[in-house]
Design a binder for this molecule. Sequence first.
Ligand SMILES: [Zn+2]
Length: 443
Amino acid sequence: MKIFNSMTNKKEEFVSIKPNEVTIYICGPTVYNYIHIGNARPMVVFDTLRRVFEYIGYKVTFISNYTDVDDKIINAAKQLGVSELEVANKFIKAYEDDRRNLNTIMPDYRPRVTEYMDEIIAFIGKLIEKGFAYEVDGDVYFRINKLEKYGRLSNLNIDDLQVGARIEENKAKENALDFTLWKRTDDGINWDSPFSKGRPGWHTECVVMIASINHDQMIDIHGGGMDLKFPHHENEIAQAEGCFHHAIANYWMHNGFINVDDEKMSKSLGNVKWAKDVVAQIGANVFRLAMLSTHYRAPLNFSEDLITSTTNEIDKITRVLKQAHLQLALTNYQSRTLNEEVMKEYLVAMEDDLNTSNAIKVIFEVVKSLNQKLRLKDQDINIIGRNYYALLDMLHMLGIYIELPDITDADLALYHEWLKAKELKDFNKADELRNKLEMLNIL
Ligand SMILES: [Zn+2]
């Protein structure tokens, strides 16, 4: 497997920490609202990454957190007149519904910030002890000057950043880029701590959760949207280096943005598309294939054209699979061997930094060849079978599942009856039987 590592800006051969095991951590949602299709992109991309790793023999541990402490949640709770916990619970449930509706495998760990408060407070205490953090009037900041180098992941010019940060300078900070680890406040949900009554900043939770779940070890892959590189991931790296003196992850992966009809998706433009609405409208298969049609690092333009062409593609795949499925049932085909050649071609694309657009091209080569083979008078059922099963495995890695019927002997008898009626030019009967077979999802 080759992965483009955002830390080195290079495509690198993936080497896991433990043989045949991979630990992936993806920064999850702040649960104060439904997620839009931009948030659903990492969900689909990293689920596909997981599926590919599993297919090629890795044991995957997948962690994705919920940020359930945040100003946005506190504001939503105030507006709705409910507790922060109720807001978080509602939107965690909505998020998990989206996940299920998108055929994603549920992460193995789904930690919530509120469950890790003791660890977060202890971690901040440790950073203070080591001189990597300081307290001013109950607020705690990370001291970036103590690091050898800050800003390695985002490759940003620290001097430029400092100029920007000084504009909104907080006089309490030693360096304008020092970031908040703990904020003193009694407005909204808060906790007692040795520093003050308050709550943690956003950047600490992921480091603490990773350390706690992974027993203070590094993880293999840390990922998220491109927008998380700076400051969020940069600050995670800074804290891990300060506290553990080692990096937090070996590989950093970031997915690109989504535009809607060539425009940036934003509240002010009124073009925000909620994932739940889009999935309800077009279904998980079309949604996932559309999301994966573009390489994950490139921007993706979500448009009516994309939905239409992807819907046609899913129809094409469905038709050929159904025909092959029927032919295999008619010949009582039992073998489950794959067309290894096309499978290999597909995996070469997937293992090239998850090049899903090239992998999808392989799928359509197989669809085309299956169509040709099915049209032949002299069918080779072994070739059909091998391509059919290869296609199912390829689709499984994309999280795409086409509904195929269980074909019984009675169904097959019906099918033969239909062929017979056609042969005898008994068109009324043939139509009637055809309708039945369509109802059974066989034709
Ligand atoms: Zn994070």
